[in-house]
Design a protein around this ligand. Structure first.
Ligand SMILES: [Ca+2]
Length: 328
């Protein structure tokens, strides 16, 4: 597969305004593509790559996914993670935070976050679509012990340039075997950016491949509405090929998953109404605000759909096959 896109990120930013539907005055997370940064990081101008060429590449990859999806079999898969903890010099505490985050990830991906009688799903329509992803995440003892050197490498309290945390020449830490492991850098990011992940349209397995997470969303701070570790769940979905349910740069465009509705915009806080999408929909117009790929508070997000599970497994086997380390 020709990979013309050298660097592509799903950017997850949080806006500076307060949530209209939030239950408190905490700053609202804004998990979305940021078109300007998206284009800057693509280096469209520098590399003279036209948006139509990018579109053609995405369409080509999506056609391959659609073809492969017909034959995919959902089986349990264990995926190895490696964390680069550059946000704290208290490595013992950082490791506890890491273990809590992995527990949260496995809770969400195994459908254990699902709740009955969700206020936004009174007839259980969406609950019936929820599924265990059959994906489990773990960190090996080898990688657990290797974290110690990161305290020596930690050079900066805030990383102002994208991906410097991945470059030893900039004081960062190089990725570890990105073809076999999902690398996750936990750092302090500049104001306005919570996290970002490499997408499936990148040069997969490159040194930049992975997820970057601001420490505020890693430590599960109980004073914020993003305190259950679900920011990484959302980013992991992006990394494994899921789109956000809204798309501000492609209004009312589908996410290539049959059983998810198309949202006309992201949702904030704890929506109390059954939001109806203004996008055309053949099946239903009600928005799935409890999906991990929406933008509502962690407390509201409870599920992936069967279709999303199928797409993640297809992407794993087609594009990120090195991560499929064990079939139980
Ligand atoms: Ca859909």
């Amino acid at each position: 597969m020709t990979r013309i896109l050298q660097v592509c990120f799903v950017l997850c930013c949080y806006c500076t305004s307060y949530a209209q539907t939030s239950s408190n005055n905490s700053r609202s997370l804004f998990r979305t593509f940021d078109t300007q940064k998206y284009q800057n990081i693509y280096k469209v101008k520098e590399d003279n790559i036209s948006t139509s060429t990018i579109r053609a590449t995405i369409d080509d990859i999506e056609a391959q996914i659609k073809l492969a999806e017909k034959d995919i079999v959902i089986q349990p898969i264990t995926i190895q993670l490696v964390f680069h903890l550059l946000h704290s010099d208290d490595i013992d505490n950082a490791k506890k935070q890491m273990d809590n985050q992995i527990d949260a990830l496995n809770r969400d991906f195994s459908n254990k976050s699902l709740i009955t009688d969700h206020p936004n799903d009174p007839d259980g329509t969406f609950q019936q679509l929820a599924a265990d992803t059959q994906l489990t995440f773990e960190i090996s003892d080898e990688h657990h012990s290797s974290l110690m050197h990161h305290t020596e490498a930690m050079p900066s309290s805030s990383w102002t340039q994208f991906d410097d945390m991945k470059k030893p020449s900039k004081g960062g830490v190089r990725s570890m075997d990105p073809s076999q492991l999902i690398n996750i850098w936990v750092v302090h990011l500049p104001e306005g950016i919570s996290s970002y992940a490499s997408s499936i349209y990148t040069d997969i397995d490159s040194d930049e491949d992975g997820i970057v997470l601001d420490a505020k969303y890693f430590i599960q701070d109980k004073t914020t509405p993003y305190n259950q570790g679900k920011t990484l769940t959302h980013l992991m979905g992006n990394y494994l090929g899921l789109y956000d349910l809204w798309s501000d740069d492609r209004h009312c465009q589908d996410d290539y998953v049959e059983d998810t509705p198309i949202h006309n915009a992201l949702n904030y806080g704890k929506p109390i109404d059954q939001h109806i999408s203004t996008c055309p929909s053949e099946n239903f117009g009600r928005e799935m605000v409890m999906n991990f790929m929406d933008n509502s508070d962690d407390e509201i997000q409870t599920m992936f759909t069967k279709g999303q599970v199928k797409r993640m497994h297809t992407v794993l086997h087609l594009l990120r096959k090195g991560l499929v380390t064990s079939i139980k």
